[in-house]
Ligand binder design. Structure first.
Ligand SMILES: Cc1cc2nc3c(=O)[nH]c(=O)nc-3n(C[C@H](O)[C@H](O)[C@H](O)COP(=O)(O)OP(=O)(O)OC[C@H]3O[C@@H](n4cnc5c(N)ncnc54)[C@H](O)[C@@H]3O)c2cc1C
Length: 436
């Protein structure tokens, strides 16, 4: 009889367990809480929401809303429970977190195929079928074992993410392509500033509100090697002009002018639709990031596809480790799921747990595993995290810039609502056709 070991009864692990059980596969579900805590979880319940109670938009013309619809199509269990436990929140799916965790916990304990074991797993089990869903706060000993499996360089312990911008929203009347000293391909997008613009930007930055660190994050050493832009700025008015905003060697060929400071953006995906702001890892509140970015010439109306964050987050370098099925490249009966794969957010974590559960069962039943079309949000996420061409991989939420490109007339591309409606319908059709 097939048997699977799942490590972690969080959002991804709970979903994966229920998927396997639904297909008649026995699961040993290991959860270290309440014996050992993560520092962020507050209860011993499964599928606990550690912070906000919102799963983001439920409108399918929104990237996160589409992902929810795809989860429903794929037979997701936690999404059904979330909808049943929802509380009024406009277009967003917000949940009664206690009701949600209680229902998931109850469903798991009462399932005859699932055996819950309240223990920490300290090493990746060798001769078992395993799904690792131990989350962003994976215990240290398991993290060491994952590190060994992924050959050291492929495990990270914190997010230090700079905001990511949709290229289409950049104003190229002001921004220009160039590489420093014209070396190599002119692949960077540069946003030039004069003295006055720089000073306004700087004054906003040093006074902008920051996200408060959690107790377990305050002691972490991770900020030392990768300082947030606001910390650099607080060292002096010119620190950024001699650091990430250095203007030397960056000339706009259209004007030939030298600049006082330059914000650079680096290509973030192979489709060239996403660009990250170089050296701008930040811990500012998201509303402050939005205002700060709007002060950068060329980014006045930028679509921020992902805000900068800095927090403890254990995640593997999935492009080197995983396939789009969520199986590891090295070992076919070992899968990863949840935030540890670099799919960031509650909804994304549940979605990857869903796919890992389905694909592990297919693997055990000798069926072909799902590689979802990249028109779909889940397929695009899997493609993004498993693309071996990625360098400097950082976790990602669902967003439109990662789905397969579509050729649309300019006036539709400029109309966000219309474009997203088309992309959403295309995804729903692609998923239905694929599942047929
Ligand atoms: C502090 C914090 C706040 C966040 N806030 C939000 C937010 O507001 N909105 C949002 O969308 N996302 C948020 N996230 C990101 C993410 O969506 C959540 O962390 C989400 O819970 C991840 O789901 P998961 O299943 O991957 O991990 P988890 O839900 O964390 O589940 C992992 C489980 O594995 C267990 N575990 C760990 N190691 C072991 C081990 N060795 N053996 C056995 N069990 C183990 C843990 O106890 C835990 O129960 C936040 C993350 C953090 C760290």
């Amino acid at each position: 009889m097939a048997q699977v070991t799942i490590i972690g009864a969080g959002l991804a692990g709970s979903e994966a367990a229920l998927q396997l059980a639904k297909r008649g596969i026995n699961v040993d579900l290991y959860e270290m809480r309440p014996n050992k805590t993560t520092g962020a979880h507050k209860t011993e319940k499964f599928a606990e929401f550690v912070c906000s109670n919102s799963m983001g938009s439920s409108d399918p013309t929104n990237a996160s809303g589409l992902l929810k619809q795809e989860m429903e199509t794929l037979g997701g269990e936690l999404i059904k429970i979330a909808i049943n436990c929802s509380v009024p929140a406009g277009n967003a799916l917000a949940i009664d977190r206690e009701g949600f965790a209680n229902t998931v916990t109850e469903k798991i304990y009462s399932n005859p195929y699932i055996n819950v074991i309240n223990e920490e797993i300290t090493e990746i089990p060798k001769d078992k079928n395993v799904i690792i869903a131990s989350g962003p706060l994976t215990s240290d000993s398991l993290a060491d074992s994952v590190k060994e499996f992924t050959q050291n360089e492929h495990l990270h312990f914190f997010d230090a993410i700079a905001p990511i911008i949709e290229k289409e929203s950049i104003n190229f009347d002001k921004a220009f392509y160039a590489s420093r000293y014209n070396k190599g391909e002119a692949s960077y997008i540069n946003c030039p500033m004069n003295k006055e613009e720089y000073e306004k930007f700087y004054n906003f930055l040093i006074n902008a509100p920051r996200i408060e660190l959690k107790e377990f994050e305050k002691n972490a050493k991770f900020f030392e090697s990768c300082l947030p832009v606001e910390v650099l700025a607080s060292r002096g008015v010119d620190t950024l002009r001699f650091g990430p905003m250095k203007p030397v060697g960056l000339v706009d060929d259209r004007t030939g002018e030298k600049n006082y400071a330059v914000v650079q953006l680096r290509q973030d995906n192979s489709a060239k639709t996403l660009y990250n702001i170089v050296g701008f890892q930040t811990n500012l509140k998201w509303s402050a990031q939005k205002e700060l970015i709007s002060l950068i010439p060329g980014l006045e109306n930028a679509n921020i596809m992902r805000y900068g964050v800095m927090h403890r987050n254990t995640f593997i370098n999935s492009p080197k480790v995983l396939m789009p099925t969520l199986q590891t490249r090295q070992r076919e009966n070992l899968f990863f799921a949840g935030q540890i794969t670099g799919t960031e957010g509650y909804t994304e974590s549940i979605a990857s747990g869903l796919l890992a559960g389905i694909n592990m069962s297919k693997y055990l039943l000798g069926e072909e595993l799902l590689v979802l079309p990249t028109e779909t949000m889940l397929g695009a996420l899997m493609n993004y995290i498993s693309n071996p061409e990625h360098t400097n991989f950082q976790p990602i939420n669902s967003n439109w810039a990662i789905v397969k490109e579509i050729d649309l007339p300019r006036q539709i591309r400029k109309n966000k609502k219309e474009k997203n409606t088309i992309l959403s319908q295309r995804a729903i059709d692609a998923l239905n056709n694929y599942l047929k």
